[in-house]
Write a protein that binds this ligand. Sequence first.
Ligand code: GLN
Length: 500
Amino acid sequence: MSDLIRKTAAELAGLLASGEVSSVEVTKAHLDRSAAVDKAVHSYLYQNPESALASAAEVDRARAAGEKLGPLAGVPIAVKDNLTTTDAPTTSGSKILEGWIPPYDATVVAKLRAAGLPILGKTNLDEFAMGSSTEFSAYGPSRNPWDLERIPGGSGGGSSSVVSSFQAPLAIGSDTGGSIRFPAAVTGTVGTKPTYGAVSRYGLIALASSLDQVGPVARNVLDTAMLQDVIAGHDPFDSTSLPESLGSMTEAAKKLDIKGMRIGVIKQLSGEGFQAGVTARFNESLNLLANAGADIVEVSCPSFEYAIAAYYLILPAEASSNLAKFDSVRYGMRVEPNENATIERVMAATREAGFGPEVKRRIILGTYALSSGSYDKYYGAALKVRTLIQRDFDAAFAKADVLVSPTGPTTAFKFGDKIDDPLAMYLNDIATIPANLAGIPGMSLPNGLAVEDGLPVGIQLLAPAREDARLYQVGAWLEQAHENIWGKRMIDFAPELEVG
Ligand code: GLN
C-alpha cells in the first residue's frame, strides 16, 4: 500500500505545500488504491480519473507559478452521488436518474473545485439517501472495509467506505437523519452534520429539505474541520443558508482543551437497546473526559421517545413532494407503456420502474400523511413533536455545552439483517435523528472497538445551533486522548484489505 494513501489530508496538504509531492502523485496513488480494492468495497458509483488528474495537474501548475492556494489544494476528495456535478453522472442511487449529467455544479462541488480539491468520483448511497446500510442503492451495496460481509452504514456508506478503505482522504456526505454520522460510526471514521444552513444545499438532490444538511467525512477530526471550513459559508442560491460565518473549525480542532467544559449525557440515549460493547466504550470515554477536568452532567430529553415516529412522518411528507419532479418529463428515465400511453400512464410506468421499494414506501406514507383527512393527525402532530424536541435540546444546553451519546445502537450489522424489516432499520436512527429535527450540529468520531465483535463504535457529540466549533474542540481532544491510550489511530486497526 502506498504511504500516501494512509496520510491524513492535513499531512498531504503539508507535503504538497512544501513541494515534496505533487497533487498528480497523490491523486494517482488514490486511483491506484481504488483499482485494487473497489471491486470488493464498491464505494464508487462513478470514478472520474481524467477529470481528477486534470484538476490535480492544474493545482500543481498553479503552485509552481506561485499562485495563492487554499489549505487543502491538491488533496483529492470523493463526493456523494446526490450532489450535482457537471462532469459526472448524478444518480442519487436511483435508476430513475441513471445516466443523468446535471447542467450545473452543486455549490459545495463548486467550492471544492475553487479550493483545488481534485474530485475522484461519486460515492454510493441508499436510493435518494433513504436508508442506513446502502442496501437500498439501486446499484448494489457498498461494503464495510472492517468486514466485507457487513454494511458500511447508510445512506452515505459510499463516502464512509471510501475514506475507511483509504481510497480517498476526504469525502462529502449528506445527513438528513444520520447519513453522515452512522456510517462514520460503523467504519471508524469521523463525520459531521453541520448546523442546518451552515453548508449550502444548492445542488443537493433533496430528500427532506427541512432536515437535509451537507457535511464533511474524513479519518480524523482535524481533516473533517478543514473540510467543513472549505464547504461552509453563505450561499445566495440557498434560501435557508445562514448569513453569518461560524468561525474556523480548523482553529477549534487545534485547541485540545476541555477543562471546565460541561458534557451532558442524554439519559434517553443510553442503556436499553444499545449493544453492550457500545455502552462500555461510551462509559470509558465519559471517564476520560471526567478525569481530564470536564464536568459530566446528566440531561433528560423526554420527547426523544417520539423522535423516530415524528421523523418518519416529516421525512416521507417532504420526500413525497420533493420526488414528485421525477415524472419522466424533465429528467432521466422514461418508460412508455405499449398501449394507451397517456401522460399519466407514462409517469406511472416510469415511477414504477424507476423507484425502488423503500422510496415507494416513503412516497406512499408521505402522501397519506399529507392527505386532507390525515394532515393534522399525522403531519401536524409530528411538527408538534419536533418543537418539543427542540425545547428538550434548549433545556439540555442550558446545563451543558456539548451533549454526548453513542452514535448508533449497534456496530455494523450484516447484509440482509434488517432489509426486510423497515421498522428495525428505522430504529437504528434513534440517536442521530433528534439533531436533524432541531437543526443542530452533530459529529461522530471513533470510540474504540466493541469487545464482542471487534468492530468500530462511534461516539456522537452535539452542540447548540451555530456552535459547530465546540464539536471540533471536544472531538479533537477525545481523539487525542484515545490515540494516547491505543498507541495508534483507530483506523489503523482496520484490516489491510489487499484484494484484487
Ligand atoms: N436512516 C435515515 C433514513 O433512512 C438516514 C437518512 C439520511 O440521513 N439521509 O431516513
